[in-house]
Write a protein that binds this ligand. Sequence first.
Ligand SMILES: [Zn+2]
Length: 229
Amino acid sequence: MAKKDSDSPLIKRLLEIRSKLLEGSSDVGAANMKLIEWFAGAENGVTNAYNFFKGREPEVTWKAMVWRPEIMPKHRFALWMLAQGRLRTKDRMEYEPNKECDMCRKQVESNQHVFFECPVACELWCKVKQWLEIQHDFRSFEELQQIFAEHYKGHTWKMKARHLGISSSIYYIWEARNKCRFHNVVPDVCWLFRKVQIHVFRFVDVAQMMAGRRPQPWQHGGRHAGGQG
Ligand SMILES: [Zn+2]
């Protein structure tokens, strides 16, 4: 059965999975045998399936940025979805008549627009970059991950704070977009920036206290203390 435009997203996804299974098998019978083998051990079935599909995906460059241990799970999920361009913006909604971004009402809402072109996001990035001393400009997720892979590696306090600042900004931009779209809440960039700062401060304070050091959080306004580079 071939994929049709009228199929539901779930059916489309199941057909894609079936096609991938058949790609690596000589026929339907062989694909069925593979499924039986995977799940014969009961407990390892999901792991076997995961390893099969993971091995077939092309190598991605954003992994190092998404899987840093300091990033909290819900922020990581937003980052992971954005890395794949899969956050459900209006450009991806077939039946949405109004494609306009709710935050600025100027352009079509897309992953690219919400996070890198919308004035709300641009103003927040400006504040976060200045505060965390990130010198480079980025206008897409591709550019963001390339810059971080090249210039913001390592695990000093300052690097961790930068990665926390970026990942939490992405989460809070998406949260602001949802509040605007579904509850008509106008985004307040100063409040979004404050939330990013609170998140970074909290992590750095707790981590330094656990390491037996006196907390030395960033100062408001771009100065910093503690860590290197
Ligand atoms: Zn916008």
